[in-house]
Design a protein. Structure first.
Lengths: 399, 169, 118
């Protein structure tokens, strides 16, 4: 193996050689090299996070037909650094009746629950933190820690708006975790493994998006709700509950929540790319052989889906909480389970078939399923409209 | 002392300390948070034994669903959760005696176990997850408990709906 | 790397230290001038009215309960999904029966009106 195909292993061995040359024991040298690798990955995620703030502000400005930050540095690229400096030197006001330990722990836990996701994200076929054999469930577990940090923040603030915001946010997040987990079951069935690296490798020939586009859309919708981004961002309902669970947070603690939300959005975009859009087998060829090409593919997909998430956010108005929960429990969950059942049956039936037969049949099934769902919704809407107005819609008389 | 032993002792200490704090703290939401620390300690112990699936399921189900339900239940049922009742009930000395007896009998029973001399976990097969899956669905393994589990979950849901409706009307 | 979880544990520790370091930096660099008005609870600039712990809406608890049931169900479905490729066809039917029983529970909850927000 050389550096271009397997940079992590080559660097680790070089570092271990360096450390044992300095006289350290082999075990300790190994741990130290791994620790350096972890710090490098976390620093990469944090620097990317800072870059994401700039992207967010520029893109929202373009969607709103204005320029965005353009004063500090060329194209305003140093704006997030100015933001970070401002947040650090702002006074840290803690409410007198807040629960100090929980109040301070919540933003730390919120950002930590996003950073630990980077341990299982495969950036290339040989560049990843660790090939965990339950990586898909690990994704859900990190989400559970994030939910916990929101309840902690809302309760510790001792503020009724924070509490109401936290309750609503947590109710929405846990409700949308069910369709998300079902959407995660679909690549598990298609690839036969729970490890992210295995799922990426199974997409060497054909991406799972082609085989199951509805699964990708389901994951995207559920992920947008999980992230608390618009149109599901009742957390930031400025006109309703001021700023939700992070009303009482000032300075860097608020900065950690904000940065955590953006990094979470990017990380979920990257995972969508890995789970459904081929991972490192991206637009550029030879992604599975050369590490740099693989990393570029994954990060590019992450950026693209981050842009898609922002596109949805700045186009669609906010959805009310009861509509959101009704949408989840009455439409998305039964539809997700129905899609799962149909996908499992068809995948098992077509197990030994040729690749193109498999792809054509699965794609056809997805289209038929989607069309059926849309027809059911149309029939329900027509019935509701007729019962409300008392007369049939003109077009219904023809078909 | 291998590193695994050190990690195990630390985790065990954290789990036991959190468990003691669950029952001795005055603030009920703090008790729920200490419970989360205990459950997380249990998940770390599972991970030390290389039972990856059970460790992650512990975090997802226990911390992500059951602990959140505990916190919601605490907030639902207490008018003012900052007040505390009396810290101990009069029967605390009998509880202490029973705990010491149970601990002593556990020590006596386990002192003959040979596993105390091995310091590393038994080897876990590479495809343990697929083996678990096959065991859950094959007719001569655990398929019947698998289906009965779904009926059990259904009965839990129906029971919860029944209780909640009683409170609604 | 004998145990993948050792890596995850180190990652969690580093992941907790990085935001804590940011907060410590803020502690060192930021001014600290507390007074009662700044530290009182925020209510859009007015004096607070009533206790800060509002009555908890019971519907949140019902949603958490339904989520718990379905969460446990989906966790059971993961081993089934892994075994699909390597077992006979009726294994799919077993999973479908599992899902259908719980979907019946969801329909029951829906019909009893437990999924309404009001």
């Amino acid at each position: 193996m050389n550096f271009w195909t397997d940079p992590i292993e080559v660097s680790r061995q070089w570092l271990v050689g360096l450390f044992t040359g300095w006289g350290l024991a082999a075990d300790l040298a190994n741990i130290l090299a791994i620790l350096l690798g972890i710090i490098l990955l976390v620093v990469f995620a944090m620097v990317l996070d800072v870059f994401l703030v700039w992207i967010e502000r520029k893109v929202v400005a373009r969607f709103q037909d204005r320029l965005g930050p353009n004063r500090i540095g060329p194209f305003g690229i140093f704006q997030p650094f100015a933001d970070v400096i401002k947040l650090i030197i702002k006074e840290d006001i803690t409410p007198a009746t807040a629960d100090k330990f929980v109040f301070n722990l919540a933003p730390i836990l919120s950002l930590a629950s996003v950073v630990i996701l980077w341990a299982v994200l495969p950036l290339a076929s040989t560049v990843y933190g660790v090939d965990l054999n339950v990586a898909v469930l690990y994704l859900v577990a990190a989400g559970a820690l994030g939910t916990l940090s929101i309840i902690m923040a809302g309760w510790a603030s001792d503020n009724k708006y924070a509490l109401v915001g936290a309750y609503r946010m947590v109710a929405a997040m846990i409700s949308f975790e069910i369709p998300m987990v079902v959407a995660l079951l679909i690549p598990t069935i298609l690839a036969g493994t729970l490890s992210m690296k295995g799922i990426s490798q199974a997409q060497n020939d054909v991406w799972f998006f082609v085989v199951s586009p509805l699964g990708a859309i389901l994951f995207l919708v559920a992920a947008i709700a999980e992230l608390g981004r618009s149109p599901f961002d009742l957390n930031e309902g400025e006109s309703e509950i001021v700023a939700g669970f992070h009303i009482e947070y000032t300075g860097m603690k608020f900065g950690l929540f904000y940065a955590g939300e953006l990094l979470h959005a990017f990380t979920f975009g990257a995972f969508l790319g890995v789970l459904f859009f081929g991972g490192w087998n991206g637009p550029l060829p030879f992604g599975d052989k050369y590490a740099l090409i693989g990393i570029f593919n994954v990060i590019a997909k992450g950026m693209f889906f981050y842009w898609v998430i922002m596109w949805v956010k700045y186009t669609v108005p906010r959805i009310r909480i009861d509509h959101m929960l009704a949408f989840n429990w009455k439409f998305l969950t039964p539809a997700a389970f129905a899609l799962l059942m149909v996908t499992a049956v068809l995948h098992r039936l077509l197990l030994g078939a040729e690749t193109w037969v498999y792809v054509v049949f699965m794609l056809a099934m997805n289209l038929v399923f989607g069309w059926t769902v849309v027809e059911i919704l149309r029939a329900l809407a027509r019935k509701q409209r007729e019962s409300a107005e008392g007369k049939p819609w003109p077009a219904a008389a023809q078909n | 002392m291998t590193p695994q032993q050190i990690i195990f002792l630390l985790t065990a200490f954290v789990a036991v300390f959190s468990a003691v704090n669950v029952v001795s703290t005055r603030n009920m939401v703090h008790a729920a948070l200490w419970l989360i620390a205990t459950l997380f300690g249990a998940a770390v112990l599972f991970a030390l034994l290389e039972a990856s699936f059970i460790a992650v399921v512990q975090v997802v189900v226990y911390i992500g669903a059951i602990a959140i339900m505990f916190i919601f239940a605490v907030m639902l049922t207490r008018r003012d959760i900052r007040e505390g009742g009396p810290q101990h009930n009069p029967g605390w000395w009998s509880a202490a005696v029973i705990s010491v007896l149970v601990f002593a009998s556990l020590v006596v029973v386990l002192s003959n176990w040979s596993g105390f001399n091995t310091v590393s976990a038994p080897p876990v097969p590479e495809d343990s997850l697929v083996l678990l899956g096959k065991a859950l669905v094959s007719p001569d393994a655990f398929v019947l408990p698998f289906e009965v589990a779904s009926v059990l979950l259904l009965s839990a849901l129906v029971g919860a709906v029944y209780v909640a409706i009683g409170n609604k009307k | 790397m004998e145990n993948a979880w050792l890596y995850i544990g180190l990652f969690l520790i580093v992941g907790l230290i990085v935001p804590a370091a940011a907060i410590v930096m803020s502690l060192l660099l930021a001014p600290r001038k507390p007074n009662t008005i700044k530290q009182s609870t925020y209510e859009c600039g007015m004096e607070t009215v009533g206790d800060s712990l509002v009555q908890f809406k019971a519907q949140y608890y019902v949603f958490a309960l339904v989520y718990l049931i379905f969460g446990v169900e989906t966790v059971f479905l993961f081993p089934w999904a892994l075994a699909l490729n390597q077992m006979e066809l009726f294994v799919v039917v077993e999973g479908i029966i599992f899902i259908l029983i719980l979907l019946a529970g969801l329909v029951y909850t829906w019909r009893k009106g437990m999924l309404e927000w009001a």
